[in-house]
Unconditional design. Sequence first.
Length: 325
Amino acid sequence: MRARILRKNAVYFFVWLCFAQALGSSGAMPSGRVISQRFKQLTRASQWRLLSSLPVKFNTHHPQGLVKIGETFFVSSVEVTQPTKRFAQPQQGFDRDTGAGKGHLFKFDKQGNQLADLLLGEDTIYHPGGIDYDGTFIWVSVAEYRPRSRSIIYRVDPVSMKATEVLRYPDHIGGVVHNTDDHTLHGVSWGSRFFYRWTLNTRGQATNANLPPARLRRRNAAFYIDYQDCKYLGRAEMLCGGLSNYQNATARTRFSLGGLELIDLTTQRAIHQLPLELWTESGLPMTQNPFWIEATERGLRAYFLPEDERSTLYVFAAEAAMSAN
């Protein structure tokens, strides 16, 4: 009798599991789709409420990319030990030397305590860019600290903190996302003036990494911000955060404006642009460095790490009315 009951319960569990998996794949809405829909509803009139500000308890150097997995955070950062120096005249196509430094991928908890520090890059390639998480790996680009230079793209296991090199490319790639729908990598160049797209094979290797930049890139038609960090949302959409500096020629004053842009990766054009009028007390835009965004029950929650070295993790909630999803 006991064996029969166990078998019956096992059948019920199997049926429930199949139903749950079917619902998860077809009935339930992936979080990236929710983020996309709700982001498209935001305007400059939307209100953001500061939920918390957490001082990070270690030297973050110059943060570049941010990922949140559960209650754990990962931030890519460049530690400059010797700043780059500009040439009086361009040399071999470069406007500055390489400088020197170290590339980091830090792991920290929700109290701001450092849990791990993975060094990335090699020699003059020490500048990590924006990062993203595809559900399995964190994707990180590391480049020389100058335009039109060289890059290495890694995927990192967030549990073991082991990095695997995926490709090398002859340009500065300042951020990268993994399009899990068609298994491609998308990167942005220095200042996000160009978009790149690489095709991955079943072993995770780029099949077109030997093509020159002119064959792989497409010019970014949006100019009001330069992207610092990007996230893949699914359905060929990428959300990027960044900033740009503006100057009043008459008053000779200068200010920075941050923003978020939703990019259609099939056309490589912005489909929703949102200036973000949020600054730190010292005047830094919240999107000065990296960001992370997630859907909540009724809206969006965004995480920002705008300050260098002694950073604070700011958490905001979107206050705009959201349609039910």
